[in-house]
Ligand binder design. Structure first.
Ligand SMILES: Nc1nc2c(ncn2[C@@H]2O[C@H](COP(=O)(O)OP(=O)(O)OP(=O)(O)O)[C@@H](O)[C@H]2O)c(=O)[nH]1
Ligand SMILES: [Mg+2]
Length: 262
């Protein structure tokens, strides 16, 4: 039985505590937390688990006005993280009235049509706050958390694994799954096409053409073999922005689905 691990993207205005939530879930200081808006510049992904369920979480940069090209690229990346995710967590601050940026983030998240949670963090700074005080963003469910003290996070994770079964696609069969992995442009899609005997994958002489996983089922000696063609994996550091980065997450999740990796 194989399943696709869900991806959770943590988005929100700068400095609301996204990285603190990410760290709290991983129970380690994986990413830098600082009281300076714009601390996180690059989306960071890690595999997490709760009560027997595994998932990926992506910590993104804070949403700000794009003052320059670099900032614009970052903002684009946040949109892509949200687009690639299965569940989106929008984070706001409990003690600060909802801002224009909070509204922008909420709108963008809701527009994807995916499950969205509202995490109202820093609730230690607004002790009287109730979840219903934050309904105006139109997001449900709402959780109050104090990430810096690991408080309230369990409830978010409990709800996540409640909805996770929707993303698990059990394929209880005896199909052998083979994932084709490798650096960009080494001929994975060509091999995939020869094996699949049909032009299913887009083959192009441009490194990184495959943005997602192509699948084909071939019959060999009466047995079904499912081939998973993945995006090329580059060394981290060389991984570009945006779509490519999220393709790599998809490749990593293909490794998990596969029985054999070539
Ligand atoms: N009082 C309080 N402070 C918090 C809480 N969570 C985070 N902080 C603090 O808020 C500041 C920002 O936290 P980060 O986790 O870096 O916030 P971020 O959203 O990742 O920020 P950017 O990456 O800059 O967008 C840090 O000083 C944290 O220690 C909380 O629940 N309560
Ligand atoms: Mg951060």
């Amino acid at each position: 039985m194989s399943k696709k691990l869900p991806i959770v993207a943590i988005v929100g205005r700068a400095n609301v505590g996204k990285s603190s939530i990410f760290n709290s879930i991983l129970r380690r200081r994986e990413v830098i937390v600082a009281n300076e808006p714009g601390t996180t510049r690059d989306a960071i992904t890690a595999k997490a688990h709760w009560e027997g369920s595994d998932f990926w979480i992506v910590d993104t940069a804070g949403i700000k006005d794009a003052e320059d090209d670099f900032e614009f690229t970052i903002q684009e990346q946040i949109m892509q993280a949200a687009d690639s995710a299965d569940v989106i967590w929008v984070v706001i601050e409990a003690h600060i009235a909802i801002t224009e940026e909070d509204r922008r983030v909420a709108k963008m998240a809701l527009k994807t049509g995916k499950p969205v949670f509202l995490i109202v963090n820093k609730s230690d700074k607004a002790r009287r706050a109730k979840a219903t005080d934050y309904q105006r963003l139109g997001i449900k469910p709402i959780f109050l958390t104090t990430a810096s003290q690991n408080r309230g996070i369990d409830a978010v994770l409990d709800e996540l694994i409640e909805i996770i079964p929707h993303f698990q696609q059990p394929e209880a069969d005896d199909r052998l799954r083979i994932a084709l992995l490798g650096r960009p442009n080494v001929g994975k899609s060509h091999l995939f096409n020869s094996l699949a005997k049909k032009q299913q994958a887009i083959v192009a002489d441009v490194a990184g053409t495959t943005r997602d996983i192509n699948r084909a089922v071939v019959k060999y000696q009466g047995r079904e073999i499912e081939l998973l063609d993945t995006a090329g994996i580059r060394r981290s550091g060389k991984i570009g922005q945006g779509i490519e980065r999220f393709s790599v997450i998809r490749s990593l999740s293909a490794i998990e689905q596969a029985d054999v990796c070539l």
